[in-house]
Design a protein around this ligand. Structure first.
Ligand code: GDP
Ligand code: ZN
Length: 458
C-alpha cells in the first residue's frame, strides 16, 4: 500500500495543526523534508518521541515551518503502519504547505477516512468500531458520545460475535448430523437447533429494540413545531434555545429555507426543524408550500403542536389536529395567561390519547414540563443506556433485520421438520448478515461507501 498524507486537524485559526502520514515510506519521506535541531536525520529519531526541527522544501531549501515531529513505528499505531505526525503552526497556510511538500516527495493525498480504513483492513478495528469513530467525531451530546465510545470499545461487536458463535455451533451440529445421519442424533439436533435459534432471535430482537433510541442519539430527534400563525412557535423555539445549550455542528443544516437547530435536552439531541418561516412569523405551509411542509412533517420523529387558548379553534387548527393524531406528538395549549376561549378538556376531546400541556410560553411556563415529557418519551420506561450495546447505525439495523428474517425461517423450518441441509442455508445466511456488521463478510463497495462518510485526515 502506498503512503498517504492528510491534514488531520480542523482548518481555521488555531494554535497548532497536525499533518499525518501513514505507510511504508512515511519515515523516509519525512526525513527528506525535515532538518532537526538536535539530530541530523529523522531516521535517528527515537520511536514515539517528539523531535524539534524545521520542515523545508528540498527543491529550493526554503523553510516552511518550525515543527515538532514524531515517528511511530508499526505495528503499534492507529493504522498498524508506520506513521509520522507533524505538529506545526495552526491556521490554513502552514498545514497546507507542509501537506504539499509531503505530496511532492512521494506521499499521496489520503481519501476521506482512509487512515481508519487501513486500521480496519489491518485488523486494528472491526467495521462497527471503525464506524464508531465517525460517530464519535460527529457526536452531538455527551450521551451520543458515550454510546459511540462503547461501540468503539467493542460493545456491539462483542454482542454480535456472541450471537454468531451460537450460529457457528448450530452449523457444526448440522454438519455432524448430515455426516452421521442416525435417527437419534437427528432428533437431538432438531431440539437443540430450536433452542439455539430461539436464543438467537431473542438476542437479535434485544439489539433491534435499541435501534430507535440509537438512531435518535446519532442523528437527533427530528422535531417539528407546528401551529397557525401567532400561536407562539417562535417564542417556543427561542425559549428552548435559550434554556438548552445549542449544539454546534459542522454539518451546515441549512438547505435554502429550512434551518436545523440542534439542542441538547438532557443528553438527547433534539433536532428542531425550524423553517425560516417559523422565525419570521410566517407558518410552515405558507413558507414551503403544502407538499414540502407535508414532507417535513412526514419525516418528523416528534411533532410539537401549539394552539392558542385565547382564540377559538379554526380550520387551520383542525388540520394540525389531524396531523397530531397520526404522529408521535406533544400538544401545547399556549397563552393560558390570557382569558381563555377554550381549555385543555375541550382540546383533549379531539385528541384524547395525546399529552396536552398548558403553557404560557411568554412567561416561561410549561417549557420545563415539555422537556420532561420529551425525555420520558425517549426512555419510555426502558433502562438507562449505559454499557449495553446500542444499535445506532442504519446499516446495522438493516443487517439485523435480515438476519432476523433468516433465523425465523430456521425456526419454522425446524418446526416443519424440513431437511437439515435446507435449514443450514438459512443459518449460514443469518451468520453472514451478522458478519457484515463487524465487517467480516462485507463487500468492497460497502466499505468504500462507509469510509467516504469520514472527514479527510481521519
Ligand atoms: P408564531 O407566529 O407562532 O411564531 O408566534 P410568536 O412566537 O411570534 O408569538 C406571537 C405573539 O404572541 C407574540 O407577540 C408573543 O409575544 C405572543 N405570545 C407568545 N406566547 C405567549 C403567551 O404564552 N402568552 C401571551 N400573552 N402572549 C404570548
Ligand atoms: Zn413565528
Amino acid at each position: 500500500m502506498d503512503t498517504i498524507a492528510a491534514i488531520s486537524t480542523a482548518m481555521g485559526e488555531a494554535g497548532i495543526g497536525i499533518v499525518r502520514m501513514s505507510g511504508k515510506e512515511s519515515l523516509s519521506i519525512a526525513s527528506s523534508v525535515f532538518k532537526g535541531k538536535t539530530i541530523e536525520n529523522l531516521k535517528e529519531a527515537v520511536n514515539r518521541r517528539l523531535t524539534y526541527g524545521q520542515i523545508y522544501d528540498p527543491e529550493d531549501e526554503t523553510v516552511v515551518d518550525e515543527v515538532l515531529i514524531v515517528y511511530m513505528k508499526k505495528p503499534q499505531t492507529y493504522t498498524r503502519e508506520d506513521i509520522v505526525e507533524i505538529y506545526c503552526h495552526g491556521g490554513v497556510i502552514a498545514v497546507k504547505k507542509i501537506l504539499e511538500i509531503l505530496l511532492k516527495n512521494g506521499a499521496r493525498l489520503a481519501e476521506p477516512g482512509e487512515f481508519t480504513k487501513r486500521a480496519f483492513l489491518n485488523g486494528r478495528l472491526d467495521l462497527s468500531q471503525a464506524e464508531a469513530v465517525i460517530d464519535l467525531i460527529k457526536a452531538k451530546t455527551d450521551k451520543s458520545y458515550s454510546v459511540s465510545l462503547n461501540q468503539l470499545e467493542g460493545s456491539l461487536s462483542i454482542k454480535v460475535n456472541e450471537i454468531r458463535n451460537i450460529l457457528l455451533n448450530m452449523l457444526a451440529h448440522i454438519e455432524v448430523s448430515i455426516d452421521f445421519p442416525e435417527e437419534d442424533v437427528e432428533e437431538v439436533t432438531y431440539d437443540e437447533l430450536l433452542k439455539d435459534s430461539q436464543k438467537v432471535l431473542e438476542e437479535i430482537d434485544k439489539l433491534l429494540s435499541t435501534a430507535e433510541r440509537g438512531k435518535i442519539l446519532r442523528e437527533g430527534l427530528n422535531t417539528v413545531i407546528l401551529g397557525k400563525p401567532n400561536v407562539g412557535k417562535s417564542s417556543l423555539l427561542n425559549a428552548i434555545l435559550r434554556e438548552n445549550r445549542a449544539i454546534v455542528t459542522d454539518i451546515p443544516g441549512t438547505t435554502r429555507d429550512i434551518i436545523e437547530e440542534y439542542v441538547n435536552i438532557e443528553g438527547i439531541p433534539l433536532k428542531i426543524i425550524d423553517t425560516a418561516g417559523i422565525r419570521d412569523t410566517e407558518d410552515l405551509v405558507e413558507k414551503l408550500g403544502v407538499d414540502r411542509a407535508k414532507n417535513v412533517v412526514e419525516k418528523a420523529d416528534l411533532i410539537i403542536a401549539v394552539f392558542d387558548a385565547s382564540r377559538s379553534l379554526t380550520k387551520e387548527d383542525e388540520d394540525i389536529i389531524n396531523i397530531v393524531k397520526e404522529k408521535r406528538s406533544i400538544v401545547l395549549l399556549n397563552k393560558t395567561d390570557l382569558p381563555n376561549e377554550y381549555d385543555v378538556e375541550e382540546l383533549s376531546n379531539y385528541i384524547p390519547d395525546k399529552k396536552i400541556i398548558s403553557t404560557s410560553i411568554a412567561n416561561g411556563e410549561g417549557i420545563e414540563e415539555l422537556e420532561k415529557t420529551i425525555v420520558d418519551m425517549f426512555y419510555s420506561g426502558e433502562v438507562e443506556l449505559s454499557g449495553e450495546a446500542i444499535v445506532t447505525n442504519m446499516r446495522h439495523t438493516d443487517m439485523l433485520n435480515r438476519a432476523r428474517k433468516n433465523i425465523i425461517d430456521v425456526i419454522s423450518g425446524i418446526e416443519m421438520n424440513v431437511p437439515l441441509d435446507c435449514i443450514e442455508v438459512d443459518v449460514k445466511n443469518c451468520w453472514n448478515y451478522l458478519g457484515e456488521i463487524s465487517g467480516e463478510t462485507v463487500s468492497e463497495d460497502i466499505l468504500d461507501k462507509i469510509f467516504s462518510e469520514f472527514c479527510i485526515g481521519k
